[in-house]
Design a protein around this ligand. Structure first.
Ligand code: FCB
Length: 456
């Protein structure tokens, strides 16, 4: 084995990402809580319940875990339904509570990146049409002002909205998120409203906190043609990618939202990103499929020989991460990896997934592509939306009944990486030996020494 150390720049941010509904518990006043009470919505009838009990104070012990494992940043979100439980009614106690949490992150040496919207909506918003209602845009911006006013002195980096493409797709096309609709026209309309909400939030934050860094967390899913020689597959892959991956980030550059059959001018959105937040998990293959007119006659799937996660949710495709990073670099902005990880209760795949994906980040860093930080999804197992507790993404395992946390080997691996600000061949050899020769090919220098040269 060749010994090598893949070093990262000084001040690189190493952290994990979480979201309010997935970790806080008892978020009873939002659309997701209501959704969880309905039969058949969540796998095995799971509910968020106490989640990781962060609202009850367990953020303290979890931030201590993050800090002890040498992380220096944390991405968390605040819950709109707690802060504004009814229209224009503000819960100052909830805001104080968040101040304590954010201050707690800082006290643990974790630079906070705060997301303002991560999938959940206050019930009153949902009941008034949710993101189909254009009024939600202004209401969101009003809420953002309130939050930034209360927390801005503690928060250097804001994420306005998490994965607007996933939200529009899952809630209005796939029907897996509330309100569970399946209507392409609605999904496109919601994308537009989310872009406008981001733009309004961007400007509001900068008005109140000129030095803030503001972006959104964009989900980039690699899309490769199932058969690269098929012009149809290639076209469909390009098309899916144009809608899912390209449309929103492009609109934030040039103020044009290009969607199938619609071209919307959104000039207020032009130039509204200080950084590009990238959530990357996997790549899917795209094939022509006559039986799926709803999905534009295409189908996304993983190939049979894919290195699949235990629930089949994610294929381990680090090359797709490289492509996503190259794509992100095209925007000429600093890049933060706002999410990346894999569900793996037994922690068999996670170590190599982490090593192989961080090597791609390192490659990007070495092209000077302005990658400033990496937030692993996630710190402790949490409530994974319609998949409930069936998926375990944590560096720490959680038993939601007892609230007991158990460290997985990946937590130690990540701690070593964060401490060294580097990914070394020794770390990979210890935690993911099966990929060492792939990651560090070649033979050690001693073995290559010409005859007569003493190897030390
Ligand atoms: C992302 C979500 C995040 C988490 C991961 C696994 O799409 O932003 O909340 O559920 O997937």
């Amino acid at each position: 084995m060749i010994e090598a150390t893949l070093s990262f720049p000084r001040r690189f941010l190493w952290g994990t990402a979480t979201s309010s509904h997935q970790v806080e518990g008892e978020n009873t006043n939002n659309d997701w809580w209501q959704w969880e009470q309905q039969e058949g919505r969540i796998e095995r009838g799971h509910r968020s319940g106490q989640a990781c009990d962060w609202w009850g104070g367990r953020w303290k012990e979890d931030f201590a875990r993050a800090a002890e494992s040498h992380q220096n940043a944390h991405r968390l979100s605040v819950e709109w339904s707690r802060i504004e439980p009814n229209p224009a009614v503000w819960d100052e106690d909830a805001l104080d509570h968040y101040r304590q949490i954010v201050q707690g992150a800082l006290d643990h040496g974790l630079i906070p990146m705060v997301t303002l919207h991560h999938f959940t909506n206050p019930l009153w918003i949902a009941e008034d049409g949710g993101w189909l209602n254009p009024r939600t845009v202004q209401r969101f911006v009003r809420y953002v002002r309130k939050v930034v006013d209360a927390l801005g002195d503690l928060v250097p980096m804001w994420v306005t909205i998490n994965e607007p493409n996933v939200l529009a797709y899952s809630a209005y096309l796939a029907g897996a998120f509330p309100p569970g609709h399946s209507d392409m026209g609605q999904a496109l309309k919601v994308m537009r409203h989310l872009v406008l909400a981001h733009a309004g939030a961007y400007r509001a934050i900068h008005e109140l906190q000129p030095g803030a860094l503001v972006g959104l967390a964009h989900h980039y899913r690699g899309m490769w043609p199932a058969n690269p020689r098929s012009p149809l597959d290639r076209r469909l892959a390009r098309f899916r990618s144009a809608v899912f991956n390209e449309a929103i980030p492009r609109a934030l550059v040039d103020g044009m939202l290009n969607l199938p059959g619609r071209r919307w001018r959104v000039p207020e959105a032009a130039g509204t990103q200080d950084f590009l937040g990238l959530n990357y998990y996997t790549v899917e293959r795209v094939a022509f499929d006559i039986r799926r007119p709803q999905e534009l006659f295409s189908r996304g799937f993983y190939p049979e020989d894919a290195d699949l996660s235990p629930t089949g949710f994610i294929a381990n495709e680090p090359q797709g991460f490289w492509e996503a990073l190259r794509w992100a670099h095209g925007f000429g902005l600093p890049i933060y990896i706002t999410e990346n990880g894999v569900e793996d209760a037994a922690d068999r795949l996670r170590p190599r997934y982490l090593a192989l994906h961080l090597r791609q980040v390192w490659r990007a860093v070495n092209f000077n592509w302005g990658v400033r930080g990496y937030f692993h999804w996630t710190l402790v197992d949490n409530f994974e939306w319609e998949r409930g507790w069936t998926q375990r993404f944590g560096l720490w395992a959680l038993d939601p009944r007892t609230q007991q946390r158990t460290k997985r080997p990946s937590a130690d691996m990540y701690a070593e990486i964060c401490r060294q600000n580097a990914l070394s061949s020794q770390t990979v050899a210890r935690y993911a030996p099966e990929v060492v020769s792939q990651m560090f090919p070649g033979r050690p220098a001693g073995e290559l020494a010409p005859e007569g040269v003493a190897s030390r």
